[in-house]
Design a protein. Structure first.
Lengths: 332, 322
């Protein structure tokens, strides 16, 4: 069967797992095109007005897949870390899509919640496999393959500092040819400027939404560090500095990475926070970040809010000025 | 004489600054862009040419402002810099100890924080252009007051009225309301200055530490009413530098001077003042190479294609044979 996976939202985190899992079950995975103007336009047309930019873009990716798949994969993601939650829009995603877009193929919308126990991931896999009509034995086998490979992918991602960044039509992950995409995260030795780029993976790695932010930084000789390439234990250690536990996984990753770098004395030249306009969790996370960073003013901080109207000129002006700031600081 | 030229192409004004090799201002121009950036740049060049003695030699050119890219291909620039850096450079040259720069231009406003002569933080207005030059222009026009007299009249007020300055649209309706209630023009103008300053400090300057010396520049710095309102709100002296209206251009000229002095061998890219007499043409089309449908702009000089931009992928912009 052709299973459609939208190149949006959790694609940037879990696509390798889904791809291996579905292929081990004998299915073909069809990926939507990289975000483009038409996808954004379709997303704006179909999604409810109040949704944030990445959720609107997700709707556009569903439209892009409509005529070329037998079944759509839109998991209902509730929690991806024990004791933590994901933005509630993910929880309602399959329902939002069903009510907004007509003439949909069947949808696999199994719950994914590891709130109580990390092992509940098996239940998620079982429910997907059962929906597709497979035996428990085959599902378990596919799950074992997928989770083993996914874990080694995660390790590789951190040890080789691989950002999940698509290049043109090519996905950052290809299970057939080379095992991992090797997007070069430029490191120019001592003179490299290190910038911590914070934001939800589906904003910072989507080249259309982020207006090629990562590539623009790298072209200026900047090494881009994101929460995805920081070891989990460091993020957790950083997040412990907050007085109260942050129960949104994305927010925790953002705050945890910042605190880790600020408190461990690691050299950073700048911090950029890319947030989508209207993001509830980020409105608080951004505020916490700003307070932490303005208190000691050790590292220049740039916050960019993006929405569907984002003008690239204004974006570039701020980015160029920010690069001037961090270069000026380094020279002194 | 060796000179450096800076051009700042903004939404409302296009400014020129010509400096000598010591950074001294020789000639400045403040022109209204009037929605025709190419023509304005060319007429600026012509005006400069007419005013100057023949022994002037332009050794370097810098462009800045939202139209910096356009200006750079028309005149042949050595440095193309964002307006935040350009404003900071100019300000430091005038007041070396500056710690805060308030800049309000035609359509954007920014705050730049400096410590020990380097920029450490900045912010620009995001979604709202309330309180920028074009809004003040419009209100002055509506009240039938020349914009040059705006500040002077506002300062006369002894009893400013309170105007809702959160949003330009609401500020205007509030002003109309206050007029209809019979408030004096000077009280309304002063109230508007205070509202805009409050709005600026609450939005653009939110969370920024404003330390003196504070420099106020950009076209709106000509408005003494706004300057006074800043002084009252911040409780500190506000310095308006001599060339406040062309600080971006001055910064671009200084950056060009610096870039050229770092590399003595380098020849300037400047096309000369003859550029003003060439025929410039801009064309655009929609690329249908992919679903992004980017709008590509092509700039022709004397029917020769010299620059292209607007594409996301670089298919057009990276393929210009110059």
């Amino acid at each position: 069967m052709r299973i459609g996976v939208p190149r949006a939202l959790f694609y940037y985190m879990y696509y390798p797992f889904w791809k291996i899992f579905f292929e081990a079950l004998g299915h073909e995975v069809i990926l939507s095109s990289p975000t483009n103007k038409k996808i954004l336009k379709d997303g704006l047309e179909f999604a409810v007005d109040d949704a944030c930019l990445p959720v609107k873009v997700f709707h556009g990716h569903i439209v892009d897949l409509l005529d070329r798949v037998d079944v759509l994969f839109i998991p209902r993601i509730i929690s991806i870390e024990p004791g933590e939650f994901i933005c509630p829009k993910f929880l309602g995603l399959p329902d939002m899509v069903k009510s907004s877009i007509p003439d949909l193929p069947p949808i696999i919308d199994s719950n994914l919640s590891v709130y109580k126990n990390r092992k509940d991931l098996i239940g998620h896999a079982k429910s997907i496999g059962t929906d597709l009509g497979h035996s428990s034995r085959l599902i378990l086998k596919a799950y074992t393959i997928a989770s083993t490979k996914f874990n080694s992918y995660k390790k590789f991602q951190i040890s080789h500092e691989q950002l999940p960044l698509d290049s043109g039509q090519k996905s950052f992950f290809d299970s057939n040819s080379s095992y991992f995409s090797r997007h070069k995260n430029k490191c120019l030795g001592e003179n490299t400027l290190n910038v911590l780029l914070l934001g939800h993976p589906y904003n910072i790695y989507d080249n259309y939404i982020s207006m090629n932010l990562i590539t623009k930084l790298q072209k200026n000789g900047i090494k881009v560090i994101t929460p995805e390439i920081i070891p989990v234990k460091n993020i957790s250690a950083g997040a412990k500095n907050l007085k109260k536990r942050l129960f949104w996984t994305m927010g925790k990753n953002i705050i945890g990475s910042t605190y880790y770098y600020m408190d461990c004395g690691k050299a950073l030249d700048g911090i950029i926070h890319l947030a989508s306009f209207g993001c509830g969790p980020d409105s608080i996370v951004g505020e916490l970040l700003e307070r932490k960073l303005s208190r000691n003013r050790l590292v220049p901080f740039l916050r960019i809010n993006i929405d569907e109207h984002s003008g690239e000129e204004g974006f570039n002006t701020r980015l160029e000025a920010f690069i001037d700031v961090i270069e000026g600081r380094r020279r002194n | 004489m060796e000179c450096y030229l800076g051009i700042d192409v903004g939404s409302v004004s296009t400014n020129f600054a010509l400096i000598d090799k010591h950074g001294k201002m020789l000639k400045k121009l403040y022109l209204r862009t009037a929605g025709r950036p190419i023509e304005t740049i060319k007429s600026g060049l012509k005006m400069l040419k007419e005013d100057l003695k023949d022994d002037i030699e332009i050794k370097g050119v810098g462009t800045t402002g939202s139209g910096r890219k356009l200006a750079s291909v028309i005149v042949g620039a050595d440095v193309v810099k964002n307006e935040i850096t350009a404003h900071a450079v100019a300000s430091i040259s005038e007041i070396p100890t500056v710690q805060t720069i308030l800049e309000i231009g035609g359509q954007d406003s920014k705050i730049i924080i400096l410590r020990d002569g380097i920029v450490v933080d900045f912010a620009m207005n995001t979604v709202c252009a309330a309180g920028t030059g074009s809004f003040l222009d419009r209100q002055a026009q509506r009240l039938g007051i020349p914009i040059e007299l705006f500040g002077e009249i506002a300062i006369r007020s002894k009893n400013p009225t309170r105007i809702a300055g959160r949003c330009a649209v609401f500020a205007e309706s509030d002003m109309i309301h206050k007029q209809q209630l019979g408030y004096k023009v000077e009280d309304i103008l002063k109230g508007l200055c205070q509202a805009l300053v409050r709005n600026y400090l609450a939005n653009v300057a939110k969370g920024k530490e404003i330390n003196p010396p504070v420099v106020f520049q950009g076209g709106v710095a000509a408005n003494s009413g706004i300057k006074r309102a800043f002084e009252e709100e911040l409780g500190m002296e506000i310095i308006v530098p001599e060339h406040f209206d062309v600080m971006g251009a001055l910064g671009a000229a200084l950056l060009a001077k610096k870039a050229m002095s770092q590399n003595k061998q380098k020849q300037t890219n400047f096309y000369g003042f003859e550029a003003a007499f060439k025929e410039h043409r801009a064309e655009s089309f929609e690329c249908n190479g992919c679903p992004n449908l980017c709008e590509i702009v092509q700039i022709y000089v004397d029917n020769k294609l010299i620059a292209r931009w607007g594409d996301r992928c670089g298919r057009w912009s990276e393929n210009v044979a110059v």
